[in-house]
Design a protein around this ligand. Structure first.
Ligand SMILES: [Zn+2]
Length: 374
């Protein structure tokens, strides 16, 4: 008799015998890292037009099957511009600096947030003046106008993430709670879409979490149903065995994913057993902030100075165990600082195709050096 799904799977629907056999067959199937190698022949002007073979690779995400191209011809990133000068140029008009935040940022209705703004330590949460959902907020992390990616204090992140968590805890019941997703994201500096230099998070409560998260959650539910264990448990084991683990901070595990998203690599963190930001303990928040500081420093050492960060939660009240809370860290860059050439083009935006010029295995090595596991 074959292995049976563990009790945590939900055999709630009646299935055909064929479907049941397929499920039983897949229970012990290992997670697979599928890749296709490609070779292009060309006469290379950089080598006196010698006939040359240039290799690239297409990798497939082990959960969704989505493809990602790796073309390893990355020149080192251009030297960062004068970030201090950019920050200073915006200081006088910054709406998030302590002397202006009270005067120029919007307030929530009293019925939603008594006092109009939500505060935790030096962090302050208020409505986004340009909302894109029923509840769309901004969390200013602290008083500091500019923090370079190379030195993001973990205390700043812990304060901001803790404020976002507490805000979502307070606000979710007033919005109907279960069924909503509490998203926390960060766009740092202009290449990442950050329109304000001053460090701030976006905090959104929504029933529509976005295509990527929706696809992942659906695939994870199928994984749990078919194999009786959460996808992320298999993923952490497999990424570790493949040498892409970066290290740990508290209960978080950090790694460079097999099928990358970023042009110069990216990084993920997974927290076993919890699925929403509101479930984070103070220790989880502190540990995440410390891991993020290390990961950011690793990318900054490679010449990067901008990033997107998004926490991927399940919906409030979801108790299937299919999803473990994860965070995606995506360094962003101008391919040319003078022309402001962005790192996204038709591939990512119109074809939905990931494109990287860095091997995740090398990214993992750089990350490990910061996590003390190199
Ligand atoms: Zn400021």
């Amino acid at each position: 008799m074959g292995p049976r799904p563990a009790a945590s799977a939900r055999p709630s629907r009646r299935r055909s015998p064929r479907r049941r056999r397929a499920i039983l067959a897949s229970v012990n199937e290992p997670l697979s890292f599928r890749r296709d190698r490609r070779t292009t022949q060309l006469h290379d002007p950089r080598r006196d037009f010698a006939l040359s073979a240039i290799e690239s690779e297409i990798r497939y995400d082990p959960l969704t099957g989505e493809s990602a191209r790796i073309c390893h011809f990355a020149p080192p990133p251009a030297a960062p511009p004068d970030l201090g000068a950019i920050a200073e140029a915006r200081r006088a008009t910054c709406p998030f600096c302590p002397d202006r935040v009270e005067l120029v940022t919007p307030r929530f209705p009293e019925s939603l947030v008594p006092g109009g703004r939500f505060r935790r330590g030096e962090a302050v949460v208020f409505p986004n003046l340009f909302p894109y959902d029923d509840l769309s907020a901004v969390a200013v992390l602290g008083k500091e106008h500019f923090v370079p990616m190379s030195d993001v204090p973990s205390s700043l992140v812990a304060t901001g993430l803790g404020a976002a968590r507490d805000f979502l805890r307070a606000i979710a019941p007033r919005l109907g709670g279960a069924g909503l997703y509490g998203l926390v994201t960060w766009n740092h500096m202009p290449p990442a879409g950050g329109t304000q230099i001053h460090p701030h998070l976006q905090v959104v409560a929504t029933s529509e979490p976005g295509n990527a998260l929706r696809r992942e959650l659906a695939a994870e539910r199928s994984w749990l149903e078919e194999r009786g264990r959460p996808f992320a448990a298999d993923l952490l084991k497999a990424e570790g065995a493949a040498g892409r683990r970066a290290g740990t901070s508290g209960n978080w595990t950090w790694f460079a994913p097999f099928a990358p998203v970023g042009v110069l690599g990216d990084c993920r963190a997974v927290l076993p057993g919890k699925s929403t930001v509101t479930e984070l303990s103070d220790e989880d928040v502190l540990a995440f902030a410390e891991g993020l500081r290390r990961a950011l420093r690793a990318f900054a050492r490679a010449g990067l100075w901008s990033f997107n960060l998004t926490l991927f939660p399940d919906r409030f009240g979801e108790r299937t165990g299919a999803h473990w809370l994860s965070a995606r860290l995506l360094p962003r860059l101008y391919l040319d600082n003078l022309l402001h050439v962005p790192d996204a083009s038709y591939l990512q935006l119109l074809l939905g195709e990931r494109f990287s010029m860095a091997w995740p295995e090398e990214v993992a090595e750089r990350l490990r050096a910061e996590f003390g596991e190199g």
